[in-house]
Design a protein around this ligand. Structure first.
Ligand SMILES: O=C(O)CCC(=O)C(=O)O
Length: 293
């Protein structure tokens, strides 16, 4: 079976998500001023409904199919790690690029319930796709995602006007390894990047004593289909899943239109996508998802 590369379609290709065309259609999904202010002050906003139950079920079916390394679309992933955990006793599935493979993951990018809040949090700017990710922790043996800042992996694009949306595909809480934030850490400046599947607290050696004292992680306990959005410098991570439930999540990463390449190297690991240094990020792999004008 040949799997068509959906990256060529810069619009939804299924009926899974509601269509919005007018400003008032999108307004239904808008965050309140209080939510936007919370994001700027604390570096995150949480409990935003992005998917209904049917959408979650459809995405989970797609996820279980493409998780199989023998899936005929596997070559379209940018990265595919059946286990990125550095601890041999735990498992952390992590992938990028599934928007190219299944209709649901492709169309989720244009979902009005995602793009409207994303644009607001980027300062009412046009939203461009950067990349997607899946993070899955199986029951009983799910591995950690070490504390990190997303922009530390993205310095090949500038200026920093990026945003992350973490969407639960299972209910998540402290028992099954939900996401945790250190509120306010988005004001601490850029730290060095570390291995995601490595030692949980490794990044703390880069913090000042004063910052260390302020590390009071807040768990993002969320029902499936609900999301939290975070700033590119937000310190975040997640602990092991020792529960009897899996913890799967879709992560969508975007930036404001006008972001430029800061490298002549490959833009996304596992691909040959390049944007010459200094040029605006656009093209097949970085489609516009929403424009507020
Ligand atoms: O799903 C996780 O535990 C980690 C997610 C993450 O690192 C992110 O959303 O940037």
């Amino acid at each position: 079976m040949i799997v068509e590369d959906l990256a060529q379609f810069h619009h939804p290709v299924s009926e899974l998500f509601p269509k919005a065309s007018s400003a008032s259609d999108y307004e239904t999904f808008a965050l309140t001023d209080e939510q936007v202010a919370h994001f700027h002050e604390h570096g995150y906003v949480t409990n935003v409904k992005i998917f209904d139950e049917h959408q979650v079920d459809t995405l989970c079916e797609e996820l279980e199919a493409i998780r199989d390394p023998e899936h005929p679309g596997n070559h379209l992933f940018y990265e595919f790690h059946s286990n990125q955990s550095e601890n041999p006793d735990t498992v952390l599935f992590h992938s990028l690029g599934h928007w190219r493979i299944t209709k649901g993951f492709h169309d989720a990018l244009w979902n009005p319930a995602f793009v409207k809040p994303a644009s607001q949090l980027l300062g009412d700017k046009t939203v461009r796709f950067w990349h997607d990710q899946l993070f899955c922790k199986p029951a009983h043996s799910g591995g950690v995602v070490a504390w990190h800042q997303d922009y530390s992996y993205w310095v090949r694009t500038a200026p920093m006007q990026h945003l992350t949306c973490w969407i639960g595909l299972d209910d998540s809480n402290t028992e099954n390894g939900c996401l945790n934030y250190v509120p306010g850490s988005h004001k601490w400046g850029l730290l060095d990047r570390l291995n995601l599947g490595g030692e949980m607290d490794a990044i703390f050696t880069q913090l000042t004593e004063e910052q260390r004292e302020k590390v009071k992680p807040v768990p993002m306990e969320l029902k499936k289909g609900h999301a939290c959005f975070h700033h590119p410098l937000m310190l975040h991570g997640s602990f092991e899943n020792k529960s009897d439930r899996s913890r799967r999540a879709l992560v969508l990463n975007v930036f404001a239109d006008g972001t430029k390449s800061a490298t002549d190297d490959v833009m996304l690991r596992g691909t040959d996508i390049k944007v010459p240094n200094g040029q605006t990020m656009k093209g097949d792999f970085f489609p516009v998802l929403y424009s507020p004008s």
